[in-house]
Write a protein that binds this ligand. Structure first.
Ligand code: ACO
Length: 332
């Protein structure tokens, strides 16, 4: 039977560290408010001219090296982001160009915080069906280009950071070994406007005006309380769905890697599942919320630190804009 396994991981964040105090110089906020409400102390912002694709190239190269692959081994690319370099074409083709892979297919996934897990599930399916043997899956964001760095942006600007993570997926036939086990994907579009960037959007004519920029609709809008309320229900639900599917209990999982949305959300989920804190990875303190990149960055860091080792049972889970929520269970 054909299955997919993670051959290697990579991540990259820009050098520039932006502390809460740096943000407090641009808007009415405080380090204390941000730390208490989100757990974030600092995040990375890309320098002007550095895009999400640029970050993805670095993360991808590290994943290729860790996997023992040449770039030419990649047969297909899946790229998840909500902050593409251009409205179209998507970042997939830009990454493909940078890696020097003309002709190799590239798919863009726009599922925000769950983008990496939706991407992983699609890559898994392609490999299982025999269409490809080796796929590069990337999540990357350049939020610093799109957040509003003034008073009116303070409720979302303090949350987000830039970064990229990547995994190389390859075919395996070892049904008990290193492999992706299952994916559960959900969405509820009734909440689409609770967390969104409306402009540019072809639901409006024209899709971008200076008024839209002035009124903030080209920056993220979030009803934070509504997001929190749904997140703390959906995260535990979708993690339990993954575990129940294999007849497992939370204590049998070695590591849970949640999308790094907000430390308060992660803490609430950890408590609801009765998990020990050390099993639930968190790096939001250093990077903020990097959306599609947060899970592959945390996974790659965990592999490098030895927290995730070959044989570890790992549950990845995400919730975010859409609303969408998802989990993936894997044996690393
Ligand atoms: N600094 C200081 N004050 C701020 C800031 C800021 N950066 N941002 C908003 N405020 C003010 C608001 O203006 C408001 O003031 P008011 O009471 O005078 O109107 C007040 O703080 C907001 O208070 P609350 O809404 O009570 O704040 P709350 O305790 O709910 O915290 C938060 C807001 C952190 C957004 C919370 O709702 C939350 O954790 N939500 C989850 C959303 C989230 O984390 N999303 C992550 C991105 S989406 C994802 O990845 C799933």
């Amino acid at each position: 039977m054909r299955l997919a396994r993670i051959a290697g991981t990579g991540h990259f964040v820009p050098e520039k560290v932006v502390t809460n105090n740096d943000l407090a110089a641009a808007m009415d906020t405080t380090d204390e408010w941000i730390v208490e409400r989100t757990g974030i102390r600092e995040r990375r912002f890309a320098e002007a001219g550095v895009s999400g694709t640029d970050l993805a190239v670095e993360a991808s190269r590290q994943a290729l090296t860790e996997s023992g692959w040449e770039a030419s081994d990649v047969q297909f690319i899946i790229f998840a982001t909500l902050s593409p370099d251009m409205y179209f074409p998507g970042n997939g083709v830009l990454l493909q160009r940078e890696l020097g892979l003309p002709g190799v297919g590239a798919l863009d996934i726009r599922n925000q915080c769950t983008g990496f897990l939706y991407s992983l599930s699609a890559a898994d399916a392609y490999i299982r069906m025999g269409m490809y043997d080796r796929i590069l899956v990337v999540g990357a964001e350049c939020h610093s280009a799109g957040i509003r760095m003034d008073e009116r942006g303070r409720d979302t600007a303090v949350l987000f950071g830039d970064g990229a993570g990547a995994v190389c997926l390859e075919v395996t036939t070892d049904a008990d070994g290193s492999r992706l086990i299952s994916h559960y994907l959900h969405a509820d579009g009734r909440f689409a406007e609770v967390l969104c960037v409306k402009s540019p959007g072809a639901g409006q004519k024209p899709w971008l005006t200076t008024e839209m920029v002035d009124d903030g609709s080209s920056h993220p809008y979030m009803n934070g309380r509504e997001v929190f309320r749904h997140a703390i229900t959906r995260f535990p639900e979708v993690i339990m769905e993954a575990l129940d599917g294999e007849g497992l209990t939370p204590d049998q999982v070695d590591v849970v890697i949640p999308h790094q949305a907000n430390q308060r959300i992660t803490d609430a989920v950890t408590k609801r599942l009765g998990l020990p804190r050390e099993k639930v990875l968190s790096n939001i303190e250093r990077y903020g919320n990097t959306t599609a990149a947060s899970i592959p960055i945390a996974l790659s860091e965990a592999v490098k630190s030895g927290t995730v080792q070959r044989g570890s049972l790992v549950c990845l889970a995400a919730f975010g804009s859409g609303f969408t929520w998802a989990s993936s269970l894997l044996r690393y």
